[in-house]
Design a protein around this ligand. Structure first.
Ligand SMILES: *[C@@H]1O[C@H](CO)[C@@H](O)[C@H](O)[C@H]1NC(C)=O
Ligand SMILES: *[C@@H]1O[C@H](CO)[C@@H](O)[C@H](O)[C@H]1NC(C)=O
Ligand SMILES: *[C@@H]1O[C@H](CO)[C@@H](O)[C@H](O)[C@H]1NC(C)=O
Ligand SMILES: *[C@@H]1O[C@H](CO)[C@@H](O)[C@H](O)[C@H]1NC(C)=O
Ligand SMILES: *[C@@H]1O[C@H](CO)[C@@H](O)[C@H](O)[C@H]1NC(C)=O
Length: 502
């Protein structure tokens, strides 16, 4: 049968196999030769496919690494090629301008921070300086780094109050982060101070911008949003307050308490900052990528950017409905050995997912759509309020992808809510650095995988109060209302707060 087929073929392809035919050899020998040729072709084709394998997102990948992984029979992991570390670093190394959303070349600007002598006790000077800084939107260090942002870049926004020692430690941790020079680092302040500015001006490892929340307690110590002498004291009864005719007599919170200015500022600042970063900063207009939110008393691991980029790649495939990536967690014991490259999927819970939150415009737009709910919810905690939005306003709730081994540490757990605990920033820093040092070989995981989904039942959280005052609600609304920018400019000129709260 075989030889018959061969003969037919030979006749049909006389010219092709002519040379073979002239050799007048035995058919079985020719079959063997043909078999060899086909085998060689097969192997060649396989090699070809291997050499030209392209990952789905089309980025260049490190072929020798890929081969090594395959050689190890590590097919399960190469199936996760989208989330592979080598892919990220290769994409970064390529001098490839495709996909650039924001581009400011090096040496376009040579300006550095100007030292301005601001009299810190002169609130007029501070107001003018804040207005100028927010208008100019100056980015420091462009002379060194330029700015190139793509959809897979990371913009880091730090909300800063007044704890300079923590801020210094956070910046020291950011200095050690891989690829930090490719990010834009934005500090959002609610206190203007020389001391804080000096610390930020010492950042020489990436492009930096400072923005200033303009309606602060510092600038309005004796009127809203500060403590007006005619505001009702926290614990006065409503009937008594109405008799006294103090300013906010009609608006205690749901527990019957009147507002405490220092607790209200953070929620205002949080919403203002997001609006500013996503919608108002010129440099961010074209940017579609993720924004990482940090606070002054956090400490970040050196692989945080890499890890967030890998999570984002994993999200595209394994959790399209995830709208938030969380690089940190509060677990008492952290096992980097077991969990370094593992994530968990969950629905947003403020007490678990508020540290190292990372998201893009899609979630910001959802928050904005729910701004009325955000500003009216009687709770002064922005994260608690966000969980309420997730449960009651944002469609499909906020789905989160969370690192199982934390890349963010909370140093200042003796802040607003932790009175009595002793604050030892330097001791805390040492402890965190020891954890990172001990686990150095487990940072920068090669592969990122989903390892479980949290089954915790979540409810709409009960509001904690502290946010009953109509002026807080109105001020909050003013940040995201249609005519917010015009009103804000009028306010900045006149410094008349009633423009925003009236
Ligand atoms: C690719 O990976 C191999 C093995 O990890 C490494 O030695 C080599 O330098 C990498 N090549 C590039 C271009 O990154
Ligand atoms: C990278 O691109 C810039 C401009 O697009 C070019 O001037 C520079 O020479 C390139 N660098 C390398 C290493 O190719
Ligand atoms: C944003 O995109 C526009 C249009 O492509 C471009 O002219 C502008 O320079 C970009 N902005 C930045 C900051 O790169
Ligand atoms: C900035 O400085 C660099 C090097 O000092 C110089 O080459 C460049 O022309 C300067 N750019 C501008 C806009 O002044
Ligand atoms: C505060 O600064 C403003 C603007 O620079 C100046 O006009 C004013 O005299 C200063 N006030 C005091 C008390 O120094």
């Amino acid at each position: 049968m075989q030889s018959f087929t061969y003969k037919k073929k030979k006749r049909a392809n006389q010219s092709l196999l002519g040379t073979l035919g002239e050799m007048k050899v035995h058919p079985t020998r020719l079959i063997r030769t043909l078999f060899m040729v086909i085998l060689v072709l097969f192997v060649f084709l396989n090699m070809h496919v291997l050499m030209h394998f392209e990952p789905r997102n089309g980025d260049e990948i490190n072929i020798s690494l890929l081969r090594k992984l395959r050689h190890q029979g590590n097919w399960g992991d190469t199936a996760h090629v989208q989330t592979h570390l080598s892919e990220l670093s290769d994409a970064k190394n390529a001098n490839d301008s495709s996909g650039l959303e924001v581009f400011i070349p090096i040496n376009q600007y040579n300006k550095t921070f100007l030292h301005r002598d601001i009299e810190e006790s002169n609130l007029t000077q501070i107001h003018l300086e804040i207005e100028r800084a927010n208008r100019e939107q100056f980015i420091h260090n462009l002379n060194k780094f330029g700015l190139k942002l793509k959809a897979d870049s990371l913009v880091i926004v730090v909300q800063v109050h007044d704890r300079s020692q923590y801020l210094q430690i956070l910046i020291d941790s950011l200095r050690k982060v891989n690829q930090i020079k490719d990010s834009l680092l934005i500090f959002s302040h609610d206190v203007y101070s020389d001391e804080l500015n000096k610390i930020i001006h010492s950042v020489d490892f990436c492009p930096v911008m400072q923005i200033y929340f303009p309606i602060t307690l510092q600038l309005h110590p004796k009127e809203f949003p500060g403590q007006d002498p005619n505001d009702c004291p926290r614990d006065v009864k409503k009937e008594e307050a109405l008799k006294k005719k103090c300013n906010n007599a009609a608006f205690p919170d749901k527990y019957g308490h009147y507002r405490e200015p220092k607790y209200c500022q953070t929620k205002h600042h949080w919403l203002w900052k997001l609006d500013r970063v996503f919608d108002k900063l010129e440099v961010m207009k074209n940017y579609t990528g993720h924004v990482l939110l940090l606070e002054e008393d956090y400490y970040v691991a050196p692989d945080i950017i890499t890890v967030i980029q890998m999570m984002n790649n994993l999200k595209k495939r394994d959790c399209k409905e995830c709208r938030m990536l969380t690089a940190g967690n509060y677990d008492k014991t952290q096992s980097f050995v077991v969990n370094s490259g593992k994530v968990e999927l969950a629905t947003f819970i403020s007490s678990r997912h508020n540290m190292g939150m990372t998201f893009a415009r899609d979630l910001w737009n959802e928050i904005k759509k729910c701004a009325r709910e955000f500003c009216d919810f009687d709770d002064y905690n922005w994260d608690w309020t966000l969980q309420h939005l997730s449960m009651k306003c944002i469609s499909n709730k906020v789905q989160v992808m969370k690192m199982k081994a934390t890349r963010v540490f909370h140093m200042g757990d003796c802040g607003v809510h932790h009175k009595g605990k002793k604050c030892e920033p330097l001791v805390k820093q040492k402890q965190i650095e020891k954890i990172l040092q001990d686990n150095q070989q487990h940072l920068n995981p090669n592969v990122m995988k989903v390892a479980g989904t949290s089954k915790i039942k979540i409810r709409d959280p009960k509001p904690n109060g502290g946010w009953g005052d109509i002026r807080d609600k109105r001020l909050c609304h003013s940040f995201v209302s249609a005519e917010d920018e015009r009103k804000m400019q009028r306010f900045m000129k006149s410094n008349d707060i009633s423009i925003l709260t009236g």
